[in-house]
Design a protein around this ligand. Sequence first.
Ligand code: HEM
Length: 108
Amino acid sequence: MTLKTDPQQLGAFIEESSRLRASTQGLSAQFTSHKEEFWGLIIPKSSALHLRWAAENIDTGPLGCPIDLHLDHRAASRHLHFAARPRECPGASMSLLEQQIAWTRVVE
Ligand code: HEM
């Protein structure tokens, strides 16, 4: 209902739904190039890593309750739906545009 009366909120809605329902929760395609110690755990060279970074999307922070939808979230685009630099999704802008078009039709 908010989106019908105030379509300006669509951008924040898309970012927030990306944060809350990230379709990419993590990836397995990373290998360690050398032996590494991570929080006391020794990880041998060439280990396959399954990185689960999306938990960060619902970590506590400036948001009161991180699993609620916050259309007033000031840093709404600062989520990990598209991963993060240096290896982030180069199609993020296209995806956001597609979502904008699709949600506009839905709201109409
Ligand atoms: C909701 C939609 C999308 C999500 C959630 C998403 C998410 C991601 C994530 C998390 C990665 C990083 C993978 C990694 O670390 O290896 C990635 C990479 C990539 N994405 Fe997307 N993506 C989306 C849409 C798109 C679109 C529309 C395109 C192209 C038009 C695209 C093209 C790519 C490419 C080429 C890479 C590989 C980049 C690299 O290997 O450095 N993605 N995507």
